[in-house]
Each structure stands twice: as C-alpha cells, then as structure tokens.
Design a protein around this ligand. Structure first.
Ligand code: GUN
Length: 300
C-alpha cells in the first residue's frame, strides 16, 4: 500500500457512468437481435413547455435511445397545450404499435394534471413505472410490470458493486413516489432481502436512523444533507440527489451537488456514488431497459 493510501482510507467510488455504459451496450445487443426479428423498440417522449432542465433531460433520453438502436422520438408541445390535447396525444401513442414506451416528462406546466396523464398511459407502455398498476406490481413483486428507473438503477448499482443487501439495513432518506417509496418496495422483495427504514422531512432524529444504516440512500433534494458524522464507518452510500447550488469558482456560476457531503462522507463510507456520474447515468439506462422489455413482451 502506498503512503498516500494509508494516510486516508477513502471509500471506493461507485462508477455509475461505467455501469450504465456496460448496460447500454447489452441493451443495444438485445435491441439489434429484436430488430432482426422485425421489431425496433420505439420510445416516445412528450415534452410540454420550455423548462430548460426538462429540455436537456429529454434530449439525452432521445439521444440514448437512438444510440441503442431504438426508434426515439420527442413530441414537443406548447406550454399552452390543454389537458384534452395532451390526453389525445397519449391516446394516439397508446394505439400506435410502433411505440413501445411512452414517457411524459414531468413536471408539467400549470394547470395540466399530471396524475390524469399518468393514469391515461397504457400500463404496458409506461416505461417510467408511474402508472398505479405498475406501482402496485412493484409493491407485490410482480415482475410483469415496470419498476421506476431511478430506484431500479440504484439496485443495479448495488448489485454490480457487490453490495450484500440480504439482511442489510437500508435507510432511505426521502419518500417521493418516484424514488423513496418504490426504492423501499424493491429493497424488501425476496431475493433482495434488505431491512428498510424510510425517513422523510418529518422524521425525528434523522441522524440516529442514518447512523444505523449499512446502506444509505439519499433522495431528498437537499444539498449535502448527509454528513460524515451521520454515517456508520464502512456503510455504502448512494446519492440520488441533484441540487444546483451557487458556485463562484464555476464558469456558469453554479454547480451540481448531491444530498451527500461527498468529500466528508467518502472518508467513512466503504463505497459511495459521486454526483454527477453516479445514479444519474443509470436512470437513462434503465429507461432503455424498460423500453426494450416492453418491445420484447410484444413478441413473447
Ligand atoms: N422528470 C424528472 N425525472 C423524470 C422521470 O424519471 N420521468 C419523467 N417522466 N419525468 C421526469
């Protein structure tokens, strides 16, 4: 061991970009095999309005789907689109056999009703895993549905990083429908077998809960909330947060940080995901995987 390595024993970085790349290569191979049988997986992303962050996410999703050999399209609608018009677009995509996956980018501009839109998407094309049918299937462990992309990506990262989830205590911070709640459901399934504590903004003594975790999953959207003092030495730390903060040293004047104080926590964790380059790239890879699965199911 070098002197430098003994001076500070830092946790290993979980390379989400590399894991996502490997998965996307596998997806591209399976996509080519399916295309050879005459079925090209199709992903239709609907973007309403001009939110700049959403525009970037949507561009990345379309680009990634095309790189995997899929038919990726983005349907761009004006912010003034009515609920009826948006539902009509969903109906059209539901009925189109060339479309296997539908994703309506959230948040929707006011006064559009996101829940009504999610309910309208055919569950067999709901590659986001947001429809109540898919939410229910995830909870009961029915693999015929779709699990949401971010928690699936976290699970994949834990697997490829060799993290033992069986019997481990996983503490999730954040109870969103997109990450925290489905993450809890996935972690307690037989075969994954973690013991789960789900914390949120009203949790008393948050630090005491987090300190008992073998696996910490931070998904609250609060910059650097999780500090070294809250983490048990040797814990695995997964950071789902993406918070834009002011950074005078950056050219743009802002920077992206997670929900974990990376520099401090790295000194106590055994493994840790960075932001960016951790969970983020996995989310798109999982979206592609769900789209491929949706297409494969049409020939099964
Ligand atoms: N907005 C931010 N993340 C997501 C996502 O995973 N799916 C959709 N539909 N919208 C989002």
């Amino acid at each position: 061991m070098t002197e430098e390595a003994t001076a500070t024993m830092q946790g290993a970085i979980i390379d989400g970009a590399a894991a996502a790349r490997a998965l996307r290569e596998e997806i591209a191979r399976r996509t080519a095999a399916l295309a050879a049988r005459g079925i090209v997986p199709g992903l239709s992303v609907v973007l309403v309005g001009e939110d700049p962050a959403s525009a970037v996410y949507v561009r990345n999703k379309e680009k990634a789907s095309r790189e995997a050999g899929m038919r990726g399209e983005t349907i761009r609608l004006a912010a003034s689109t009515t609920q009826e018009e948006l539902l009509a677009v969903v109906d059209r995509l539901n009925a189109d056999p060339a479309v296997h996956g539908i994703l309506v980018q959230m948040p929707l501009p006011a006064p559009l009703d996101a829940d009504a839109v999610i309910h309208r998407i055919d569950p067999s094309k709901d590659v986001d895993g947001f429809h109540p049918v898919n939410v229910g299937k995830v909870l009961i462990g029915d693999s015929s549905g779709f699990a949401p992309c971010t928690p699936s990506g976290v699970l994949h990262l834990l697997r490829v990083s060799g993290v033992e989830t069986r019997g481990a205590h996983a503490v999730i911070v954040g109870r969103s429908n997109i990450v925290g709640k489905p993450m809890a459901a996935l972690l307690v399934q037989p075969g994954v077998d973690a013991t789960v504590t789900l914390c949120h903004s009203r949790t008393r003594d948050l630090a005491d809960h987090v300190r008992r975790a073998d696996i910490v999953i931070a998904a609250v959207g609060r910059a650097r909330l999780i500090t070294a003092a809250m983490v048990k030495p040797g814990a695995v730390v997964i950071d789902v947060g993406m918070n834009r903060i002011e950074d005078a040293t950056a050219k743009s004047g802002s920077g992206l940080v997670g929900d974990v104080d990376f520099d401090g926590v790295r000194d106590v964790a055994s493994q840790i995901t960075p932001v960016p380059g951790g969970v983020g790239p996995m989310t798109i890879a999982m979206l592609l995987r769900n789209t491929l699965t949706a297409a494969e199911r049409t020939v099964a």
